[in-house]
Design a protein around this ligand. Structure first.
Ligand SMILES: [Zn+2]
Length: 315
């Protein structure tokens, strides 16, 4: 891989495996391992079991016309006229639903639910709302696979832990090929950081059968296996969704808890930061086929890497 436009090139390589779930997540991990090997950078791999809901057959028919939809639930079931139509960017506690992302022009899998649920494109709302008969069904299968966390750097007494998840729903250029590419560039260009930092390419962030939070399983597995690393690290940096604007480091406790739902979040959240860029832009393509490389720029990815390096070098 050439050095010019490294970051965008690396994102393009990663999204070839999308959606990076199950077998595709495993292929992505293999690609990362091969790349590290090629660069002569040592790493260790920690495997763990997980599972995700795989779409078998999900459909939605309104007055005999089929509407484009995708399952967003862990369970099978039926959708009828009585099912709620909800905004997938807001919290929701109810039952069976049809959801849409009001900020997105694409079909967005913003959230998953523990009751029958499917997502539609907001452009199909009028057709749905004016329909007389609504018939939908969700058929998903719990599908297990071996996921991996890939650890690079100081595994004994790192001052900093740095995370970037490499799995994704749909295309996942911003979320989070951008963060993986940034972290890879930082590792390769600043190998002196491996002395003080432990970098973790985390698997299975997006979706698992864990409760109460179905996301972040890869983070929690590492926390469970290495409680001392979490306790003793000075700071923990999570790189998630950069390169689509100016990257900043957020310490907002609510945001940090959403992005990094580890078990002991209350204990550790004061030392956790999230590197992220334009959230408004993110929600327009969130967990959708619209999250392509067009969202990103080389200069913004380079800037993200500079922010990360500056932070890790304490400057
Ligand atoms: Zn993410």
């Amino acid at each position: 891989m050439s050095n010019k436009d490294f970051y965008l090139h690396f994102v393009k390589e990663l999204i070839k495996f999308s959606p990076r779930l199950g077998k595709n997540e495993q292929k992505t991990a293999k690609f990362l391992e091969a790349y590290l090997k090629e660069q002569g950078i040592p790493f260790i791999v920690e495997k763990f079991h997980t599972s995700y809901p795989k779409n078998i057959k999900t459909c939605l028919v309104v007055d005999d016309k089929e509407i484009d939809c995708r399952p967003t639930s862990f369970v099978d079931g039926k959708i009828t006229r009585k099912s709620k139509v909800i905004n997938s960017l807001l919290d929701y506690e109810g039952g069976a639903n049809i959801n849409f992302n009001p900020k997105s022009d694409d079909l967005s899998l913003a959230q998953h639910y523990h009751f029958p649920s499917l997502a539609i494109n907001k452009k199909d709302l009028v057709q749905l709302m004016s329909g007389e008969e609504i018939e939908g069904s969700i058929d998903v299968e719990r599908t297990g696979f071996l996921s991996k966390n890939i650890l690079v750097g100081n595994k004994n007494n790192p001052q900093y832990l740095v995370f970037a998840h490499y799995d994704c729903l749909e295309t996942g250029a911003t979320d989070n090929a951008s963060g993986v590419s940034t972290m890879m560039g930082v590792i390769i260009n600043h190998q002196e950081l491996l002395e003080n930092c432990l970098f973790i390419f985390s698997g299975n962030e997006e979706i698992s059968y864990d409760r109460p939070q179905y996301w972040g399983r890869g983070f929690r597995i590492l926390e469970k296996r290495h409680p001392r690393l979490f306790k003793e690290a000075e700071r923990i940096l999570v790189i998630d969704c950069v390169g689509n604007g100016e990257t900043k480091l957020s310490t907002d406790e609510e945001f940090v808890s959403e992005c990094f739902p580890i078990k002991n979040i209350k204990k550790f959240r004061k030392k956790i930061l999230v590197a992220c860029a334009d959230l408004k832009k993110l929600y327009e393509i969130y967990h959708s086929a619209g999250d392509t490389v067009d969202q990103l720029s080389e200069s913004h990815l380079e800037q993200a890497a500079r922010v990360v390096v500056k932070f890790l070098k304490n400057r």
